[in-house]
Design a protein around this ligand. Structure first.
Ligand code: CA
Ligand code: CA
Ligand code: CA
Length: 297
């Protein structure tokens, strides 16, 4: 508790020093302080293909690893890094590109990939990105229309198996899938070794996302929805949750939020603050950002 309070004070100090707006909603971050997204220096170099070569610019101090994640299913021990290792990289761009970027590398001892129905994909190895750009307050049923926040999911897809990489969960009407269908939400999930299938062992799964954000995101489509404009210093509502199964269904959900209900209630969701290239590229050890980075390691 004391450590959390100290971390919170340091981040609040950094927020005040750099003119950031402090979060106003009751969000709960697993790491106790919140997470960061880094401005992509050159959006034209990015390709959402599951290959990490376009992420070489990313400051490794900001990679989110298991020591900043919670297991909110909690049936057993937190997975050992030898069984499950996770490295989230989160980026964003201002206008005119104005998109959110995520690259998540998962090293997993066993791949679970036998689900074929997208709404049931959480029984498999699977990434969820809960996004609430305007950082609102919400508490609703799991199948509520996802207009004010969205439960985006990204999944290993292959012929005869799970059919879609990018999908809006859960039990949404078909017209709500316009994001992936129009290219506003792009995702790639690449598993190595190539050709890995259900119960393959010692796999690496790369999830890569490039997406526009909308708030609200409405069933009537892009023109009826409101495009969110990302800006340095914003704190957005967002959780990254990895559903982990090794055989026989999900045993862990390893996530930035503090409770499984974080998909359905802002009270339990996490938040990301957007840093500009100036802030993270020029931060030196000993400065406020250097101190924050040191505490996050
Ligand atoms: Ca890439
Ligand atoms: Ca919202
Ligand atoms: Ca697994």
């Amino acid at each position: 508790m004391r450590k959390k309070a100290v971390l919170g004070a340091v981040v609040l100090g950094a927020v005040l020093l750099t003119g950031f707006v402090a979060p106003v909603a009751a969000y709960e971050n697993c790491n106790g302080v919140g997470y960061f997204a880094l401005q992509v220096p050159d959006p034209s170099s990015m390709n959402p293909d599951g290959d990490a070569s376009d992420w070489a610019w990313y400051d490794p101090d900001f990679i989110i690893s298991p020591d900043q994640l919670c297991d909110v299913i909690g049936e057993g021990e937190f997975p050992a890094r030898s069984d499950l290792d996770i490295a989230h990289h989160v980026g964003w761009t201002p206008e005119p590109d104005n998109r959110l970027y995520v690259f998540t590398r998962v090293v997993d001892d066993t791949l679970n990939a036998d689900v074929t129905e997208p709404n049931d994909g959480w029984h498999d190895d699977d990434l969820e990105l809960i996004l609430d750009p305007d950082h609102g307050v919400w508490n609703e049923a799991p199948d509520a229309l996802r207009t004010g926040h969205q439960q985006w999911t990204f999944h290993y897809a292959r012929p005869g198996g799970y059919p879609l990489v990018s999908f809006l969960r859960w039990n949404q009407p078909a017209e709500m899938q316009w994001g992936p269908e129009s290219g506003a939400v792009e995702g790639a999930v690449v598993v190595s070794p190539a050709g890995a299938g259900h119960l393959s062992t010692d796999v690496t799964v790369n999830y890569e996302v490039r997406m526009e954000a909308y708030d609200p995101y409405l069933p009537d489509g892009r023109d009826a929805s409101v495009r969110w404009v990302f800006e340095a210093g914003q704190t957005i509502g967002m959780s990254l949750s990895l559903n982990e199964a090794d055989s026989g269904g999900r045993t862990h959900q390893v996530t930035t939020h503090i409770q499984n209900g974080g998909a359905h209630s802002s009270e339990f969701s996490s938040e990301f603050t957007l840093l500009s290239t100036d802030e993270f590229a020029t931060a030196v050890e000993g400065s406020s950002w250097g101190s924050v980075k040191a505490l996050m390691r």
